[in-house]
Design a protein around this ligand. Structure first.
Ligand SMILES: [Zn+2]
Length: 229
């Protein structure tokens, strides 16, 4: 059980990073978890992951909401059926088409609004900069700037966004998760499939590589394990 009564809000998508982030948050404080569906291909599977992880971590205070804007706006392979999810092997140096334009700002806005109502002082988000897909809304400078927005735009100005994983390698996140007993078996990271993880999208490849480098077995089922992990 949490050691003190400090309440925090954690953004929990249901992927491996947010799961470890939630395990960290729930260990130290009383955590409330928020999940945002936005018309992404695997939204049903991610919601299932969210519920399972909350149950396992003992997080009772939950908010599950929909963002209609991101799907209507499109411009990403995750929300537009006409843009194919690329295999990791064909992704170059540019920001990949799986980037959802300015998505994390929508997520943070919801989490900060809820934190303000709950009286929570921190919002946890499992953004990772290193060996990830290179999304601009995962950079430390972005969170520093967003914290200024939160400070200026909330009643008390006391809520802080924290990014405990941002400087970690994905394999370190796996190891930390194993130490904390994070329920990786309940997580879902694949961008394209909901039955078995595809094993070849960028998210699957980064995840498989992280587990391999950590010397651990990824407990979720895969359709095929890419050669480039
Ligand atoms: Zn995949």
């Amino acid at each position: 059980m949490p050691g003190n009564s400090e309440k925090v809000v954690v953004l929990l998508s249901g992927g491996m990073d947010s799961c470890v982030c939630a395990a960290m948050a729930a260990r130290e404080q009383e955590a409330a978890a928020v999940h945002i569906s936005y018309g992404q291909r695997t939204e049903e599977r991610e919601r299932k992951a969210f519920v399972g992880i909350c149950d396992r971590l003992g997080i009772r205070d939950r908010l599950m909401v929909r963002n209609e804007a991101l799907k209507a706006i499109g411009g990403s392979a995750l929300t537009d059926q006409d843009i194919e999810v690329p295999e990791s092997s064909v992704i170059g140096q540019d920001i990949p088409v799986t980037y959802v334009p300015f998505r994390n700002a929508h997520f943070l806005a919801v989490a900060v609004s809820w934190a303000e109502v709950l009286g929570a002082t921190e919002v946890y988000i499992g953004a990772v900069e290193q060996d990830s897909s290179g999304y601009p809304d995962c950079r430390p400078a972005y969170y520093k700037a967003f914290n200024e927005v939160v400070k200026a735009g909330t009643k008390e100005g006391l809520i802080r966004i924290v990014t405990p994983l941002i400087g970690m390698k994905k394999s370190e996140i796996v190891m930390r998760g194993l130490e904390l007993g994070a329920p990786f078996d309940l997580t879902w990271s694949c961008y394209s499939r909901e039955d078995r993880a595809c094993g070849v999208c960028d998210s699957c490849v980064l995840r498989l590589r992280a587990f391999r480098e950590a010397g651990a077995q990824d407990p979720i089922p895969y359709e095929e394990v890419g050669q480039r992990v």
